[in-house]
Design a protein around this ligand. Sequence first.
Ligand code: NDP
Length: 252
Amino acid sequence: TSGPLAGRVAVVTGASSGIGAAVATRLAADGAKVALLARRADRLAALAATITEAGGVALPVAVDVTDADQVDAAAATVAEELGRVDLVVNNAGVMLPALIDRGRTDEWQRMIDLNVTGVLRVVRAFVPALLATAEAGERADLVNISSVSADVVFPGYAVYGATKAAVTQLSAGLRAELGVRGVRVTNVEPGMIDSELREHVSDPEARAGLREFAEAVPSLPAADLADVLAFLASRPGRVNVPDLRIMPTWQV
Ligand code: NDP
């Protein structure tokens, strides 16, 4: 394959829909070999086929990011099939808003386990490869997908916002450790992006609020975010954008 990311090996979690699918598609179009990680194997197989038909290289790996053993096994599979990973997009996440007095401890736990601990499991599994890449003098990227909800508060989003604030803070801490060793860490805080994120919301009031907001503020296609991430990855290794906020022009 050719293109600005030729020779690179990427891993994208949450690649079966939304932002992850768009990012994987773009990285592959730009020449990277891409491992597609998520639970829905059928979706991953379909996306891998689309990427392959377009001349790219994609490896679907069905994995539940809430299971450390599965994440470690996925890392081994990717290394064996595609080689040493040098670009990780930590994207799998879930948003389950509801007012705090609904007491949805199950949903709080799901968000914490995927959005925070899931990101950590992926970091643990792939950072050694990123460090080895950097030590070899090549570009190594860790991209964590946080959210504007890390900084902007909305009623019903206290727990989701807390998980994303954790991701933003984690990115800053990781950058302090890994940047000096040559790994670029980028924390991304997207605003409204078209995806399946909203479809998982169970609380009727939160669903209605989101629908109303989405009608007032048209979302960005996920490909617009993928475009910016592909650009950043293609910069020389000395250039790091630590924080990226990206949202529709008309979103306040
Ligand atoms: P989607 O719901 O479309 O995508 C979420 C992805 O995460 C899916 O591919 C899903 O795949 C995967 N996933 C969910 N649970 C697991 C799991 N246990 N193990 C592995 N993969 C899992 O939403 P988005 O594309 O919008 O979300 C991507 C990220 O972007 C999230 O972190 C979200 O918080 C963040 N974000 C999104 C914004 C938006 O407006 N869309 C705004 C700000 C941040 P599967 O079900 O197959 O496992």
